[in-house]
Ligand binder design. Structure first.
Ligand SMILES: *[C@@H]1O[C@H](CO)[C@@H](O)[C@H](O)[C@H]1NC(C)=O
Ligand SMILES: *[C@@H]1O[C@H](CO)[C@@H](O)[C@H](O)[C@H]1NC(C)=O
Ligand SMILES: *[C@@H]1O[C@H](CO)[C@@H](O)[C@H](O)[C@H]1NC(C)=O
Ligand SMILES: *[C@@H]1O[C@H](CO)[C@@H](O)[C@H](O)[C@H]1NC(C)=O
Ligand SMILES: *[C@@H]1O[C@H](CO)[C@@H](O)[C@H](O)[C@H]1NC(C)=O
Ligand SMILES: *[C@@H]1O[C@H](CO)[C@@H](O)[C@H](O)[C@H]1NC(C)=O
Length: 283
């Protein structure tokens, strides 16, 4: 009886540890194979970085641009910025489930962002800036609710800014400048209370500037320069931006007066000289 019980207990412990081992093996191998698929999708690697460093004979965590968590040894950061890489992003990147930073900035990646990236629920810092990505800005980005930075600047994104980006309740910086984004700025954007910097300049945004429904204590910088924004600025535009430091609205089709509530932005006053650069708003 006691013996049977002991055997059973050992069996359970054995099963449990095998399961743990195989889970660990699968998971770091999953990260490795996802990265090797990415390597396959890179058709030009001018500095031979991936060619030399990303080899199955070296531990993944030692590969160039890859960082792993100290406890669980899973890939937590991938930074391939400024390597001149040409290629596309494979769906397999969505398997890097521990990733919290993904920086692909300043390369020549093209194509669309694979929907599988929406699996990366731990992502905090995401940059695809300075590439040739195209298609619409995917609405699933709004499901990456841990995001602090979302950098999609200097690409070929078209279409509208998805309303869902307003669900990124921890977002601090939104850079969408220098794309071909059209439509109006969704009202949800000024609902993100953690937002510090928003730069949408050099797009084809139209319609009026949405109003700011509640205090955005963190918002310090708004740049909507060079778009086709029309209409008056909302009267209450500056009622809820107590810490606004810089505001750029030049080269739009705005009309009417600057709302008097601007003087509620106490921190802006030392930057008031920038207003002289405004066009349209003062006609
Ligand atoms: C990414 O790598 C580049 C080049 O090695 C470096 O300059 C940059 O600071 C890194 N960015 C992050 C967020 O780690
Ligand atoms: C982009 O990367 C290239 C190297 O590939 C570098 O020369 C250039 O300065 C980088 N540009 C920016 C804006 O970081
Ligand atoms: C990783 O993702 C790809 C495509 O999304 C899938 O086909 C593959 O089976 C996934 N799993 C592993 C363990 O590589
Ligand atoms: C703003 O956020 C509140 C909750 O925080 C939500 O009820 C409301 O629908 C949001 N409005 C917009 C325009 O996103
Ligand atoms: C916003 O992005 C543009 C690039 O189109 C850049 O020139 C500008 O300096 C940025 N605005 C601020 C305030 O950093
Ligand atoms: C603004 O609209 C005009 C006329 O529709 C167009 O020619 C121009 O390219 C637009 N500018 C921007 C920055 O979208």
């Amino acid at each position: 009886m006691g013996n049977t019980f002991l055997n059973l207990a050992l069996l359970i412990i054995f099963h449990f540890s095998m399961a743990t081992i195989s889970m660990k093996l699968t998971t770091i191998l999953t990260d490795q194979s996802a990265l090797l698929v990415l390597k396959d999708h890179v058709i030009h690697d001018p500095a031979n970085v991936l060619t030399t460093s990303w080899s199955a004979s070296a531990p993944v965590c030692n590969w160039f641009g890859v960082s792993c968590g100290s406890k669980h040894r899973r890939v937590t950061a991938l930074n391939l910025s400024g390597l001149g890489l040409v290629g596309t992003l494979p769906r397999h990147l969505g398997n890097l489930s521990f990733l919290s930073l993904l920086y692909i900035t300043n390369n020549s990646f093209n194509g669309r962002l694979p929907v599988q990236l929406s699996n990366l629920q731990r992502l905090k810092y995401l940059s695809f800036g300075i590439n040739y990505f195209s298609g619409e800005i995917p609405s699933w980005l709004g499901s990456l609710t841990e995001l602090r930075t979302l950098f999609l600047y200097q690409n070929n994104f078209k279409g509208v800014i998805p309303f869902s980006l307003g669900y990124l309740s921890k977002l601090e910086a939104l850079y969408l400048f220098e794309n071909q984004i059209s439509g109006s700025i969704p009202s949800s954007i000024f609902n993100i209370s953690s937002l510090q910097i928003i730069n949408l300049s050099d797009n084809m945004l139209s319609g009026s500037i949405p109003s700011v429904p509640r205090d955005l204590h963190s918002l310090e910088l708004i740049d909507f320069t060079t778009n086709n924004l029309t209409d008056h600025m909302p009267k209450d535009m500056f009622d809820h931006l107590p810490n606004l430091k810089e505001l750029f609205l030049s080269f739009n089709l705005l009309s009417g007066r600057i709302p008097a509530s601007l003087f509620k932005c106490k921190k802006l006053q030392k930057y008031l000289y920038r207003i002289t650069k405004w066009r349209g708003a003062y006609q």
